[in-house]
Write a new protein. Structure first.
Length: 272
């Protein structure tokens, strides 16, 4: 066996004590034959001296071929638990004679990664739900705005109708005066004006009825205007509440987006 490889094998335990992590150290020759290894307590041997190192990723062959250090990751299917670490070429007089592999378990790291991913997914679902709520409130806001406009249009129409009723009321007053004058003239005409007096009396009653109806309509229209004003105020208050909720939820969304960014950063750091 090459002297450098043997020296590394003889000192694997000392090398392992230089690090806080529970390192899995192994020395292989250039053909991938395990020449020696050191495992932390509690980890059963996954290979034995003389066995062939199985590296489906091809990193080992690349290290031997290029003589450069490479980082590698092996899923739990290979060792029974996920590991990652460095493969360092061992050279003698500039020639690669083997490789020392320093690796460690990343099972805890992957659990944290999984938690971070699930946390990110949960936050994203909350964010999507809040966006649906925001969309609903925004639609409500637009509906209330349209209702406010329609109510204003109705109030305008009622005002115009009130003006028409005022004209009717004024015309009724004028008609009543004319009927009174006609009655006076009919009385002066004696027997000849009796028929005209009947017509004048009916005109007076019609004018009086028209005036009373106009007054009632005007009163009703006034009440409608009052109700419309109340509705407009309520819609305005509802608009203010909707806008306030939109602002509050937007603030929550900003916080959630920051939380998502933190989760992504955590997940990214774990991958390093």
């Amino acid at each position: 066996m090459n002297e450098k490889l043997q020296y590394l094998i003889d000192n694997l335990d000392i090398i392992g004590q230089l690090y806080d992590k529970e390192l899995i150290l192994s020395v292989l020759d250039k053909d991938g034959i395990v020449q020696g290894f050191s495992l932390p307590p509690g980890i059963p041997p996954q290979f034995e001296v003389g066995s062939v190192f199985d590296d489906p990723s091809g990193i080992f062959d690349e290290v031997i071929r290029t003589g450069t250090t490479k980082h590698n990751y092996l899923p739990k299917e290979i060792m029974g638990f996920p590991i990652e670490g460095n493969l360092v070429p061992v050279k003698d007089n500039g020639k690669v004679v083997g490789c020392i592999i320093c690796s460690y378990s990343v099972e805890g790291k992957e659990k944290i990664k999984d938690i971070a991913t699930r946390f990110q997914d949960s936050i994203q679902e909350i964010d999507d739900s809040i966006q649906d709520v925001v969309s609903g409130i925004e639609n409500l806001f637009h509906m209330l705005t349209n209702m406010n406009k329609m109510t204003s249009d109705v109030e305008k129409d009622v005002t115009e109708a009130a003006d028409v009723v005022n004209k009717i009321s004024n015309n009724a007053s004028h008609s009543n005066i004319l009927a009174l004058n006609a009655s006076i003239e009919a009385a002066r005409s004696g027997e000849a004006g009796r028929g005209f007096a009947v017509v004048a009396t009916q005109m007076g009653k019609l004018a009086e009825d028209s005036g009373s109806s106009a007054t009632e309509i005007k009163k009703t229209l006034s009440e409608i205007v009052t109700h419309l004003e109340t509705i407009v105020d309520s819609i305005k208050d509802a608009n203010d509440v909707a806008k306030s909720h939109i602002d509050s939820i937007s603030s929550i969304r900003n916080t959630l987006e920051q939380t998502i960014d933190v989760a992504k950063e955590l997940e990214s750091d774990i991958k390093l």
